[in-house]
Design a protein. Structure first.
Length: 647
């Protein structure tokens, strides 16, 4: 490969200083003449109006810079949990990462989720403890939390002096016994030399450190203050020394992954990582998933917030391609790799919300705007119910609602209102039963199916199989049945997605004259819904696993709150005048509790949550809603709709 490249991301809990660190990288590498400010709304990578206004990042911004002959493609990701989907998509193109942790707040709610995602993907990671100049900074306590709370194997490369003041400085950490032992844990040769008291050279230690970072077995810890530009160049040195180049081949056939979609004045931009080969302006490239070939009309990179047109991009690089109208997030362009990593979902949306235009005449425009936004953020899962004239989105939290409202106004000129968010429930069959459909009238049509419907254990998802021979139902028709299962389970008899279920087609019949593929697409939801209606379903609600740390005088209050919210918890752990409580609580009762807890504790308590799973819920405590659209149980209307005969 021609040039040296590092594709890295900066990840952190909100307010740890990611965007300020990015600004410093740009400034110290000469890409910026003066530092931007998050607080003043002048940060180069905060390009949305709302980002400048709120001082938070809501989109993953990629910018390129150069340090000592190495091109660094830097992705500054959102830190707020409401925008986890954006972070998850970014992970697919990273070859390395910087996990930023505040020296004051330490390991926070979202830090653990991010660390686990980095470990799961085996992404080589540097950790920077930021804000060592702030009052209350405690690098030693944060390092201890990295080891104990994140279970991270870390080595300190630097130490902070005079922390907690504007006179804070950085010194190199001693590479003594603790350092050697940390490396030797994952290095058998070093361990043998250490145990036999053989002198270990600095070169051997450095080589082992590099290898272990690349293998994601160990994370070096840097310290500094992005606000004071302290430790920036040392961290840049760490990026080019310890984080790997992308595994890409320039001579191989062209292949690229679309990790994001954005829109600007030039139109739709597909942000891609070139996995292999090269791509040039005017190239016609295939997209096998969309079954199209499209011409690249423009190639662009972003340097310090400014776009630059380029003529070609090589293997390993991250660029924006224009002209690919069919491209969507997750598509592979050119040659599709044999092994494709799963989508990284840090947290699935647990709320659904209806959005309405303030002016009824703007409904069509709003739908088109939301289609565009959902293409940029597939996690929104836009649901457009034409008959009801309703638009529904899936969201993470209330900050996201505010951001969507601002974006719809500033970008599309649309004033909207949002209904109160509703928790996303699910349902599952109460027992084993069967569903049957005989769709043979009005002709021409013929599709007969009998399904065995069985509940599965929590978290099992959906399974499907067919025990019907091709002599009874042709293979092509059986494929249509299988493809229709997600639609058939998208709404059950309580109005929610049906999960933890196994569907088996046990009988079926087609007709040589009257059957069409579409007949089985229509019949499948009718048969499954008939079965669910007869069997009955259990409502499932999302349950959060929580961890609360607070001053010990609040233990009684917090315990009482959790019980009132229908939660449960284990024995509290007491240390240093604080307690740590872990347990489970329904999201429906605890949605606003982090704000309440912060208020009760004067900001001294912290609460981290993640989805534990779905558990059975009494109907009176949950939400049962009517079927959206025309239910397959209303067979006459459903068939008319399927035949496009309904006015």
């Amino acid at each position: 490969m021609g040039k040296q490249i590092r594709n890295i991301g900066i990840l952190a809990h909100v307010d740890a200083g990611k965007t300020t660190l990015t600004e410093n990288f740009l400034y110290h590498t000469g890409a910026l003449r003066q530092l931007g400010s998050v607080d003043q709304g002048t940060a180069q990578t905060d390009f949305l109006d709302i980002e400048k206004e709120r001082g938070i990042s809501v989109r993953a911004a990629c910018t390129a810079l150069e340090w000592k002959g190495v091109q660094i493609n830097l992705i500054d990701t959102p830190g707020h949990v409401d925008f986890s989907a954006e972070v998850g998509r970014s992970l697919s193109v990273l070859d390395g990462a910087i996990l930023l942790v505040s020296a004051v707040e330490g390991v926070q709610a979202h830090t653990e989720t991010l660390w686990q995602a980095l470990q799961e993907r085996k992404i080589p990671t540097l950790i920077m403890i930021n804000k060592i100049d702030r009052a209350g900074a405690d690098v030693e306590a944060v390092t201890k939390a990295l080891k104990e709370e994140l279970k991270a194997n870390v080595v300190e490369l630097q130490i902070a002096k005079q922390e907690g003041s504007s006179d804070a400085t950085i010194a190199l950490a001693e590479r003594g016994e603790i350092f050697i032992e940390a490396l030797a844990t994952e290095d058998e040769v070093l361990m043998e030399q250490y145990l036999e008291e053989v002198a270990i050279t600095e070169e051997a230690l450095e080589k082992s450190l590099q290898q272990q970072v690349v293998a994601a077995k160990l994370a070096p810890v840097f310290v500094g203050s992005a606000k004071l530009s302290l430790g920036i160049e040392e961290l840049l040195e760490g990026v080019i020394r310890y984080l790997p180049s992308p595994l890409a081949q320039k001579e191989a056939p062209f292949s690229a992954l679309v990790y994001a979609i954005q829109h600007d004045v030039q139109g739709k931009a597909a942000l891609v990582k070139v996995l292999n080969g090269t791509v040039k302006n005017r190239d016609v490239i295939p997209n096998s998933k969309r079954e199209v070939e499209e011409k690249v009309t423009l190639l662009r990179k972003v340097y310090a917030g400014k776009t630059a047109d380029i003529t070609e991009a090589e293997a390993g690089d991250i660029v924006a391609l224009y002209g690919l109208s069919a491209a969507q997030v997750g598509d592979y362009l050119g040659e599709t790799p044999e092994i494709q990593p799963d989508d990284m979902i840090l947290q699935a949306p647990l709320l659904t919300i209806q959005v309405k235009p303030k002016e009824e005449k703007d409904l069509q425009s709003l739908a088109e705007a939301l289609i565009e936004l959902a293409a940029e953020d597939p996690a929104l899962e836009l649901e457009w119910l034409a008959e009801e004239r309703e638009l529904h989105l899936k969201i993470m939290g209330k900050i996201q609602i505010e951001i969507l409202e601002k974006v719809l106004l500033s970008r599309f000129g649309l004033q909207v209102t949002f209904e109160d968010p509703i928790v996303i429930y699910k349902e599952t069959p109460e027992a084993i039963g069967e569903g049957y459909v005989r769709y043979t009238m009005p002709k021409p049509c013929w599709a007969v199916c009998r399904f065995l419907i069985e509940p599965l254990e929590r978290g099992a998802g959906v399974e499907y199989e067919s025990k019907v021979g091709v002599n009874d139902v042709a293979h092509r028709y059986q494929q249509e049945v299988q493809r229709s299962i997600p639609l058939a389970l998208s709404q059950g008899i309580k109005g929610w997605e049906v999960t933890d279920v196994k569907i088996t087609m046990i009988e079926g019949e087609d007709h040589v004259m009257h059957s069409r593929a579409g007949n089985f697409v229509t019949a499948t939801p009718m048969g499954i819904m008939q079965g669910l209606d007869e069997i009955g379903t259990t409502l499932l609600e999302p349950i959060l696993a929580f961890k609360i740390t607070a001053p010990e005088d609040l233990l009684g209050t917090v315990s009482s709150d959790i019980i009132q919210m229908r939660g449960s918890f284990g024995s509290p752990m007491m240390a240093d005048g604080k307690f740590t409580l872990e347990g489970k609580v329904p999201i429906a009762t605890s949605l606003d509790y982090p704000v309440t807890l912060s208020s009760k504790s004067g900001g001294k308590a912290k609460m981290s949550t993640k989805l534990h799973g779905y558990e059975a819920c009494e109907e009176s405590l949950g939400v049962v809603r009517p079927f959206k659209g025309i239910s397959p149980l209303d067979t006459s209307k459903y068939i008319l709709k399927a035949r496009n005969a309904l006015q």
